[in-house]
Design a protein around this ligand. Structure first.
Ligand SMILES: [Ca+2]
Ligand SMILES: [Ca+2]
Ligand SMILES: [Ca+2]
Ligand SMILES: [Ca+2]
Length: 451
């Protein structure tokens, strides 16, 4: 496969060299979450294959997303993944993520790009996310059968079934190197009406839900560990292109009949318990309104140790790991209470997944703060838009999935419905629309997840 090793030099220095400081100030005040979502179709002619471009962004100052699920209109022509050769390029994603590295303010813009490949749907032929072979490469990024296709693409990552125990009808996967670490991004498309999570409507009329998975975040079996990426915050930009057809002309997505169609996205924004405008993951004083802005150097943090003066026991005494538990302040879900990997500590456990660790959560079994939920729609016109609409004809798209008739491809396993409520506990850590950040992002998310 082709990789874009934008950040592949391995050393942190390389990351920093690509960083662009974002110096504007945040608006001051309560939690805001106003993502933007625009869909464009390259060729709006009815019943022909066309690229679809999805533009999703979160403005600076907003809380970051907790989860995003996109819906493709049910009349769109979707070709199941088993009708397309595994390893074929079927899309691309480019993103500008904003990170905080090694306890520094969250203001470093990191560009990331993925080539998305059609990936295996066979849930009985799996690959691990972890390095189970002691090869020093994570198993998913290896090519053990030597066919030139990375194993996460021609085998089904086994952790997915722990996150979503449903059979997708199409899966695309891309691997790129960020700071020397392979990062896995996947889009899973399910049949209309599939229940993804209790916070996401399972209305068949919304169309095909498309869930984004970043790394193995969301896997309940993951164990947290400290990393170099200590924050992930707005602003965020993503540009995701789904190809209409492969390079050799095999259709991937086919426009419906003449009419207008609505693409829908459900986006969830992270909790901000103290209402100071900074989500708990970004806020080192999650229970007290901050003095300064965690996106700006030295603002409310004279000793630059990442702890805002609102809760820093001594904001003149640099201590980048105030509680000495191994997690730097900005990555620690309880910066003042030891909850690291040491024996007797709970390693960032967060039972209610509100990103405040059990060790310092005043209500450890009840989420503190609101999860913002936004429903965004983008209307697309096909043909002159005057027709009644409907799926492409069987002549125009002989391989298209037919809602209510086609079954999901591959082995279905024990499809007994997804665990309602599972994902969000999870999704909160992850899913994402379209983001990406580096290997450490998963670490960062892991810490939110707790175990
Ligand atoms: Ca605060
Ligand atoms: Ca400080
Ligand atoms: Ca701690
Ligand atoms: Ca908690």
């Amino acid at each position: 496969m082709i990789r874009k090793p934008l950040l592949s030099l391995g050393a942190l220095v390389a990351v920093l060299a690509l960083v662009v400081l974002i110096g504007r100030a945040d608006p001051i005040g309560a939690q805001t979450f106003n993502p933007t979502y625009i869909i464009t179709v390259d060729d709006p002619t009815a019943e022909v294959p066309s690229d679809i471009t999805a533009n999703f962004g979160i403005p600076i100052g907003d809380v970051n997303f907790a989860g995003v699920v996109n819906f493709i209109p049910r009349d769109w022509g979707v070709i199941p993944g088993d009708q397309i050769p595994v390893g074929t390029s079927i899309g691309s994603l480019t993103s500008g993520a904003t990170l905080g590295l090694i306890n520094s303010p969250c203001n470093q813009a990191v560009p990331v790009a993925f080539d998305m490949m059609n990936a295996s749907l066979d849930r009985s032929d799996t690959v691990s996310f972890e390095d189970t072979t002691d090869s020093l490469t994570l198993d998913f990024a290896e090519d053990n059968d030597g066919n030139g296709i990375d194993d996460a693409i021609d085998h089904y990552p086994e952790f997915i079934s722990r996150v979503i125990d449903e059979q997708p009808i199409q899966r695309s996967a891309g691997i790129t190197l960020v700071a020397g670490t392979p990062v896995l991004l996947q889009f899973l498309i399910f049949e209309p009406g599939t229940e993804i999570d209790e916070l996401i409507p399972s209305d068949e009329d919304l169309g095909y839900p498309s869930v984004t998975l970043l790394q193995n975040a969301g896997d309940p079996d993951v164990v947290p560990s400290p990393g170099i990426i200590t924050d992930f915050c707005s602003p965020l930009t993503t540009l995701n292109i789904t190809f209409g057809e492969t390079a050799d002309g095999t259709p991937i997505t086919v426009n419906p009949q003449n009419g207008t169609y609505t693409f829908t996205t459900i986006a969830l924004g992270l909790r901000d318990t103290d209402g100071d405008g900074y989500e708990n993951t970004l806020d080192t004083c999650a229970l007290v309104p901050n003095v300064g802005n965690p996106r700006q150097q030295l603002d409310g943090d004279l000793d630059a140790d990442g702890l805002d003066a609102a809760c820093d026991p001594d904001d003149g005494d640099v201590d980048s790991d105030e509680d000495a538990d191994g997690y730097p302040n900005r990555q620690d879900n309880c910066p003042l209470d030891p909850n690291g990997e040491a024996e007797g500590e709970d390693n960032q456990a967060d039972e209610d997944s509100d990103q405040i660790g059990d060790a310092c959560d005043p209500n450890p079994t009840v989420e503190d703060g609101d999860l913002s939920s936004v429903r965004l729609e983008s209307v697309v016109t096909i043909g002159d838009g005057t027709g009644p609409g409907g799926p492409p004809s069987a002549e125009a798209c002989p391989n298209c999935f037919v809602v209510g008739e086609s079954g999901p491809p591959g082995s279905s396993g024990d499809d007994d419905g997804s665990d309602s409520g599972l994902i969000i506990g999870i999704i909160v850590a992850v899913i994402a629309a379209v983001l990406i950040i580096g290997g450490g992002a998963a670490m960062m998310m892991r810490r939110r997840e707790g175990t």
